[in-house]
Design a protein around this ligand. Sequence first.
Ligand code: SF4
Length: 429
Amino acid sequence: MVNKPKVFISHKDQIPGTPGNYGEDAVSAVYDMLAKSIESIGGIKSIIKPGDKVVLKLNACWPKLPDSGVASDPRMVAALVRYLKKNTEAKSVTIVERASIGADTFAAMKMAGIYEAAVREGVDEVIPLERDLRVKVRIPGADLLTQEVHMPKSVFQADKVIYLAKMKTHKVATVTLSLKLAQGLLPWSEIFKYHKRDIELKIVDLLRLVKPDLAIVEGLWPMQGQGPGSPYKEDLIKDFNTFVTGTDPVAVDAVSSSLMGFDPMFEIAAIRKATQDGLGEGRLENIEVMGAKIDDLKRHFRRGYISLIGMHPKIRTYVSGSCKGCCHFTRTGIEPWLADEDKMKDFDQVDEITVIVGNNKDVDIRSEHNPPYKYTFVIGDCAAEHKDRGIFLPGCPSLSLHGLMPFIGMTDEEIIKKYQSNIPGEFTP
Ligand code: SF4
């Protein structure tokens, strides 16, 4: 291979402060690391031309504090905005993001300290994508997104796009790095429609449409285990102090996932598929890796776990035939309780919670569940044949217990009403 994509690994044993409590010394340290990395892959002038409108897509999925490791690290955001303002003649630098289903993006960026960091460094605009205008497009050669999708005008009309992704494991997509960052470009109703088994096809289809000019995967304080928003304290990795930079997002993700202890072409379907389709290079032997050495930094990030079986002695589950979609949202709803001893005291008030997910034709639901216990949830359209056994939460995927867990003490009608307010409406352009 003649032209191997260049990827730079930046690492420092110590970066001052934390994401939520830092000073100028931290921003300067990250700035210097960033400047060296961009220079090594060819320099910013080869990427951004005078007068370019630059859009920077980052990660702020839920309103969480900076030290939770859920969103982009404000030290990195500050350093990157400062770098772009100082070293380019871009017409404008705009930050965009769309938080996870139902969350307010402005609130997420403010709580994570991102908004304040970006404004302090002179960013020109911050656009929450749920408020942006949309452009209707078809994706040539799409495998999954074969219908028209609605892309944000700010991104579609930008001259240059930069992805600043957070390094995290992901219960459904295995990892969430720069390729997966693109799904935040879709409106909620469209992301939700394709959030099932083949999430990786969605991610690769989005890469056919938007190929970032610069991709950075930031792992200053990355997340392992039950990402993308793990509630478990042990899933936060403090002071990994590493980020990965390149112009080929597939190569950047391959190197990033290697640092997390994955075999990118074997374990990360989106990297494999994007490489097969000629959208980038995921084979490490075909990437020119510079900077720190993968073998010196590599660690085994705990993998995300999607199964609902054995979550808690009081939660009985029937999951035959279910796919990742409903399991993901069900775990995401229950886990904040499992991770919090105080919240778990609620469980003292119930005998048992039963969860039926997916097509359960082969499962013999035991007679004592018929009639069901008070808290029996039938989750997802393909479990509909059991809907009379408990509270039916439809959808494909169903948002299931996502945001519903404080249901103890509520009536069935109250639970259903709350559930319905969770469901994203159809997107109307
Ligand atoms: S309803 Fe069935 S197919 Fe749809 S996401 Fe849920 S488990 Fe998967």
